[in-house]
Design a protein. Structure first.
Length: 606
C-alpha cells in the first residue's frame, strides 16, 4: 500500500535557490546575491528594504561561485566555472550590468577570489596556474594588470585586507583539521606566520578590527569546537574572544565597528547572535525556526543584516534583519511549486548507538502515518565526509517529495562529520570504509527496531563520500538493503586517490591513504572489491566533467557489476561535474532517483 500524492515531484523541485553569496554595496543601498531563477546561478542585486531584483548576468553554462563589490561600488568581481569543472576564472562587471571582462584566462587552472584592497587597486586571489600541485596567493592590479605572487609553493588562499590596506591575511591549508594563518605586509612585501603550532589545529581569519590593530579568527586550539580568538599584531599573539560549546560558523563586524553578528551551529541548527560593541549590549535577533544560516552581511552603518537562510520546508531564501528591532523581512521567493506549507514535514533530532557505544546523531523524518502500517525508508548519507547533515531543504525537494509519498528518511552524521567536535571529525582520517561503515550498519539495526519501518524496504543513498558509503553498504552489508543510489561516489580508493585534483594530492595520504604505500589497505576498503556480494538493484549517476570523483570511478563499478550479472542503472550527465548546477539537470537527477525508489519500493499500479 502506498501514499497517494496530490503533488508531482516537479512541484517540490520548483525552487529558486539562493546560494550563501550575499553582500551589501559600499553605500549600503543594494544587496548583491546569487540565485538560479534563470536555471543557472547568476548575479543579482536587490535594494535594501526590498523591491524588484535586478539580474546582472545571464550565464547558462557558467556557475557563479563567489562575488564581491569593489570598494567604490562601481564594479563587481566574481568567480565562475564552466559545466561544473571547478576550473574557476575571475571576472569583472559594472555594478549596473553590461558585459563581463575576464581577469584570468588559464582555463585548466583553478582561481579562488579573495578581496580588493581598500584603495581599490589590488585584487588578492589564489591559483594553481603555475604549478598544478600548489595554490599560490597572488595580487592583481586592477588598472595595470600587473600580477605579483606573494605566497608560493603551498596550498594557500587569500584572506582579508585590513581596512587601511597595509596587511592581508593568508590561509595555509595543510588539511581539513590543520590550517595556518599568515600575515602579508603590503608595505614591506614580507609574510609572517601568525599561528605556528604542532598537531591538528584550525585557524581561519574572519574579520579585521576596524582600527587595523588585529583580526578575529576561528580556531579550535585546545578546544573541541571552533570559536573566536583575536590576534593582536603588535603583540604577535592571540587571545580568546568568544567561546561556546558549539562551532561558530559565521562571523561579521560592521565597517563602522559598532555591531558584531555571529551564527552558532547548535547540534546542526543555526542560531543567530548579535552584540552592540559600543554599549556591550546584546542585540535583539530573530528567533529563527529550525534551519541553517548561509552567508551573512552587515550593512556599512550596522543597522541591517542580510542573510541567506534555508529550512527543511523551504529552500534557501534571502532575508534582511532590522538590527534595531530584530524584525526579519523576506526579500525573495524560493518556493514556487504551490505546495501547502502544512504538507511539509520537519525532522526530529535523534541519536542511535553504534558498535562502540558511541551515540550517532541523526535527523529522522517521519511520513504522515496510519497506525499499524509500515513504510519504506531511505538512509541518506551526506558527502564530505567532513561535512554535516543539517535540517535543510535537501536535494531539490527529494526528501519532502519522498515523505509525501510515504517514505521515511534517516540522515545520520556518522563519525567523521563536522559539528560535533574535532575529535569526532578526525575519526574518519585514513579510515574510509572502516568504523563509519559500522555506524551505517547500526543505523540499519536502529531502523529495524522502529515498528513503523518496513525492514524489507530499506534504501541507502548518498553523493560524493555518501556515494562511496552507499557503494560500501550495498556490497559489504548486502543483507540490509533493498535498493541503493550512488551519486558521484568513489568505488576504488586507489584510483580515486590518484585522480583527485593535483593540489589535493599532498593531503591524500593523511586523509584517505597513499595509493602506493597503502595499496592493500585501500583495496580492502574499496567497494569495487566486493561487487560479487551485491544483491540490491543500484542506480548510479555521474557527472562527466567531475574533477573530484572522475567518471572512471563510476565506469569501473558499473562495468564490474554488469559483468557479474548485477542489476544496475547508469546515467552520465555530459554537461555537469560533481553535482548538477543547471536547474533542469538537477531536477532530472533527483526525479530519476525518486522514480527509481518508487519503482523498487512502492506497489505502483502497472
Amino acid at each position: 500500500m502506498t501514499h497517494s500524492s496530490k503533488y508531482r515531484f516537479e512541484q517540490f523541485a520548483a525552487t529558486r535557490i539562493y546560494t550563501p553569496v550575499v553582500s551589501y554595496s559600499p553605500d549600503g543601498k543594494q544587496i548583491l546575491h546569487v540565485n538560479n531563477a534563470t536555471g543557472q546561478f547568476n548575479l543579482w542585486t536587490i535594494a535594501t528594504g526590498g523591491g524588484i531584483p535586478r539580474q546582472l548576468t545571464s550565464f547558462t553554462d557558467n556557475t557563479i561561485r563567489n562575488a564581491i563589490w569593489t570598494p567604490d561600488g562601481a564594479s563587481i568581481l566574481f568567480q565562475a566555472d564552466q559545466n561544473g569543472d571547478e576550473q574557476h576564472q575571475l571576472y569583472r562587471l559594472g555594478a549596473r550590468g553590461g558585459w563581463h571582462v575576464a581577469l584570468t584566462d588559464k582555463m585548466d587552472s583553478q582561481h579562488n577570489m579573495g578581496e580588493v584592497s581598500s584603495d581599490g587597486q589590488w585584487l588578492a586571489y589564489s591559483a594553481n596556474d603555475e604549478n598544478p600541485m600548489h595554490m599560490d596567493v597572488s595580487l592583481l592590479h586592477l588598472q595595470s594588470g600587473e600580477k605579483r605572487r606573494i605566497f608560493t609553493g603551498r596550498q594557500a588562499f587569500a584572506g582579508e585586507w585590513s581596512p587601511n590596506g597595509r596587511y592581508m591575511t593568508v590561509v595555509e591549508f595543510l588539511g581539513n583539521t590543520d590550517i595556518n594563518v599568515w600575515l602579508y605586509d603590503h608595505e614591506t612585501g614580507e609574510t609572517t606566520i601568525c599561528t605556528p603550532h604542532d598537531g591538528d589545529i584550525v585557524f581561519v581569519p574572519v574579520s579585521w578590527s576596524p582600527n587595523n590593530d588585529g583580526f578575529y579568527m576561528m580556531t579550535n586550539e585546545g578546544r573541541e569546537f571552533t570559536n573566536i580568538a583575536y590576534y593582536d599584531i603588535a603583540k604577535g599573539s592571540y587571545d580568546w574572544y568568544l567561546t561556546v560549546d558549539h562551532d561558530i560558523e559565521n562571523f561579521a563586524i560592521s565597517d563602522d565597528g559598532r555591531v558584531m553578528i555571529w551564527a552558532v551551529n547548535e547540534n546542526g541548527a543555526s542560531k543567530l547572535y548579535g552584540k552592540n560593541l559600543v554599549t556591550n549590549e546584546s542585540l535583539t535577533m530573530p528567533n529563527l525556526p529550525i534551519g541553517v544560516v548561509g552567508g551573512i552581511s552587515i550593512n556599512p552603518t550596522g543597522n541591517k543584516l542580510a542573510l541567506v537562510y534555508v529550512r527543511p520546508s523551504q529552500a534557501g531564501n534571502l532575508y534582511e534583519v532590522d538590527l534595531t528591532t530584530g524584525d526579519m523581512l523576506e526579500l525573495g521567493q524560493s518556493m514556487l511549486g504551490g505546495i501547502d506549507p502544512q504538507d511539509f514535514i520537519e525532522p526530529e533530532a535523534v541519536f542511535y548507538e553504534s558498535f562502540d557505544g558511541r551515540k550517532i546523531p541523526a535527523w529522522l523524518y517521519k511520513p504522515k502515518m496510519v497506525d499499524g502500517m509500515q513504510y519504506p525508508l531511505m538512509l541518506s548519507i551526506h558527502g564530505g565526509p567532513e561535512a554535516q547533515e543539517r535540517p535543510m531543504y535537501n536535494y531539490n525537494g527529494l526528501y519532502q517529495y519522498l515523505l509525501n509519498r510515504g517514505f521515511g528518511i534517516l540522515a545520520p552524521n556518522i563519525r567523521g562529520s563536522t559539528g560535533y567536535g574535532k575529535s569526532y571529525q578526525a575519526l574518519i582520517h585514513r579510515d574510509w570504509g572502516g568504523a563509519e561503515l559500522r555506524d551505517i550498519e547500526h543505523a540499519a539495526l536502529y531502523l529495524r527496531s522502529l515498528d513503523w519501518v518496513d525492514s524489507n524496504r530499506l534504501a541507502v543513498y548518498g553523493g560524493s563520500f555518501g556515494g562511496f558509503a552507499t557503494l560500501s553498504a550495498v556490497t559489504r552489508l548486502p543483507q540490509y538493503w533493498a535498493v541503493g543510489v550512488d551519486i558521484v561516489g568513489p568505488s576504488n580508493l586507489v584510483t580515486f586517490a590518484k585522480a583527485v585534483p593535483p593540489f589535493w594530492r599532498p593531503t591524500m595520504k593523511k586523509w584517505v591513504g597513499d595509493p602506493e604505500e597503502d595499496y592493500d589497505m585501500l583495496m580492502e576498503r574499496s567497494p569495487i572489491t566486493y561487487v560479487s556480494q551485491l544483491r540490491a538493484p543500484l542506480l548510479v549517476i555521474q557527472g562527466a566533467k567531475d574533477p573530484r570523483v572522475v567518471q572512471g570511478e563510476s565506469d569501473q563499478m558499473v562495468e564490474k557489476i554488469r559483468a557479474q550479472g548485477g542489476n544496475v542503472q547508469y546515467y552520465v550527465d555530459e554537461e555537469e561535474g560533481h553535482g548538477a548546477t543547471r536547474r533542469e539537470n538537477s531536477i532530472k537527477w533527483m526525479s530519476m532517483i525518486a522514480r527509481f525508489l518508487e519503482e523498487q519500493l512502492l506497489d505502483l499500479p502497472v
